[in-house]
Ligand binder design. Structure first.
Ligand SMILES: [Zn+2]
Length: 109
């Protein structure tokens, strides 16, 4: 109430802000850690499995590309390296044609 409290009030406000900032950083760190652990748990659970049906995928080679083929639904997955190769290849139609031919033969009943 008196003016004697002003300096200590300013000090208290400063320390409250410092504490709040420290807690905010701790909370943000915890959120990042949880997201990373959840992401890792999902990766372990889904790695190598088909995004459409969940079956375990089989590695295959087609048109110079390494891909994962789903024997259950006939789908496929290209990792980033294969995708980049496909886009960077001098004759993408040749690579794509080989992949499509492989799919036609691999997915025949
Ligand atoms: Zn599948």
């Amino acid at each position: 109430m008196s003016t004697d409290n002003k300096p200590s009030t300013k000090e208290e406000e400063y320390f409250k802000r410092e504490d709040a900032e420290r807690l905010r950083k701790l909370h943000a760190d915890e959120q990042r850690r949880m997201v990373a652990s959840e992401r890792e748990a999902l990766r372990k659970q889904h790695a190598g499995r088909c995004s459409q049906c969940g079956a375990l995928m089989v590695p295959e080679q087609a048109g110079g590309l390494h891909l994962l083929h789903c024997p259950a639904c006939g789908g496929a997955f290209l990792d980033k390296r294969a995708w980049d190769f496909l886009h960077a290849h001098a004759e993408p139609h040749t690579v794509m044609g080989s992949v499509l031919n492989w799919f036609r033969s691999a997915n025949k009943p």
